[in-house]
Design a binder for this molecule. Sequence first.
Ligand SMILES: Cc1cc2nc3c(=O)[nH]c(=O)nc-3n(C[C@H](O)[C@H](O)[C@H](O)COP(=O)(O)OP(=O)(O)OC[C@H]3O[C@@H](n4cnc5c(N)ncnc54)[C@H](O)[C@@H]3O)c2cc1C
Length: 420
Amino acid sequence: MIMLNKLRNNYKTNIIKEKYRHLFVIIESIHNNIVPASLEMLGEARRLMDHFNLTYNSNEKVIAILLGDGIKDLSQELIFYGADAVIYADDPNLKYPINKIYTKVISQIATDSNSLEEISPEYVSEFKKPRYMFFLADSIGRHLSATVLAELDSGLASDINKLVISNLEIKHQHKTNGKAISYQKILEMYRPDFSGFLWTTILCLDNKNPEIEKEFHPQACSIIPGAFQPIIKDTRRTGTIVEYKPKFDQDDLKIKVLKQELTKNPFQFENYKVIISFGRGIKENPQDNIKLIEKLAKFLDAQIGISLPISKKIFQLNEKYDSLYITPNRVIGTSGIRVTPKIYIAVGISGAIQHLEGMKESDFIIAINPDENSPIKDVCDIFIKGRMEDVIPILLEELDKQLGQIKEEKEIKVNTYGKL
Ligand SMILES: Cc1cc2nc3c(=O)[nH]c(=O)nc-3n(C[C@H](O)[C@H](O)[C@H](O)COP(=O)(O)OP(=O)(O)OC[C@H]3O[C@@H](n4cnc5c(N)ncnc54)[C@H](O)[C@@H]3O)c2cc1C
């Protein structure tokens, strides 16, 4: 009983004191379809907030924010995929994700307690801003997350692929004036760095040092597509759907998108059964190594991909190789394209998560790499430990032999049948 009263009292004081509530998930849509990775974020938001509400005896919501033109009908789908509520703004001016306009409307929604009247009346009177906010780490979300968080005057962690909410004791020279202070409900945001060899944990903490006191909310991040799983769609789930009427100035509407076209990748990776990608491991002799990879690709009728750093022109190559291979259209991964060939050969690629997301669904993965500790080893079916300069010539020689044998066998068969 004492325990229960204590919980109730805590609950009451929570209601009075906390200005930051709920987890806002910024949903992306294209041609009025939800971008699938948005549902992954929603799934993780659901898991985190279920745990949060249990742990802190509260009733905070997962709120999906949806902007566009003719998108209202997608709201129900977001409830089925884990949102408690959806706040949508359906307006012709939101047809395209123009950063300036989207930043303005998302920031308006994030600071407007009126929209929460129906969603969570118990917290409305104190509400100031969201507690947490998620964006997608894609070309739209990366930009948008930065400008929205600047507008909301808080911090942002980019390209996150693991999240935990916990209480932490922090001692920091500036933030806490050197004292150990307990922080509640902190979003620990993890990102892979140094090609996935190291994890960085990013925290967005209030300054509790009286000299520089300042609150930093929402705690926000952009999330790498593919990092989380959506929850299974449940059409029995119910939730609240609220329309938000955005306010624009004439100045906001100066930028106009006249036409939007989805461009096709010129390398048509989808038409190849084998894809060979190369990465920074070509470094010892870039041009000769690309020639070797080209030969192997010719043998296997394969298309050639690259890792992201290669596209940044980090090696000096002659004009032919530079224009043929060093292009963003060949990048495999979250910043490029996703491929699912029968065979994927990763040559001189370490296997950073952003690269793996683009190729891990391939049927059979082979890696050529001298470093057994490279993360690519964990996802490949065959790991050939060695330098590409040594391994590829052996492979070519063996393929040549095998091809010769096949030809010979065919000829013998033809002769034998000829005799009969
Ligand atoms: C926001 C963001 C988005 C990103 N998006 C992408 C993306 O879409 N795609 C992508 O690829 N990366 C992406 N990255 C970069 C990613 O994190 C890695 O830095 C990158 O994938 C590493 O490229 P790499 O494997 O070519 O190079 P490295 O990590 O340097 O690996 C080189 C590998 O070559 C091996 N090697 C060395 N010598 C040889 C040799 N002689 N023969 C064979 N192997 C050798 C080494 O052992 C090593 O494993 C992104 C990063 C960020 C922050």
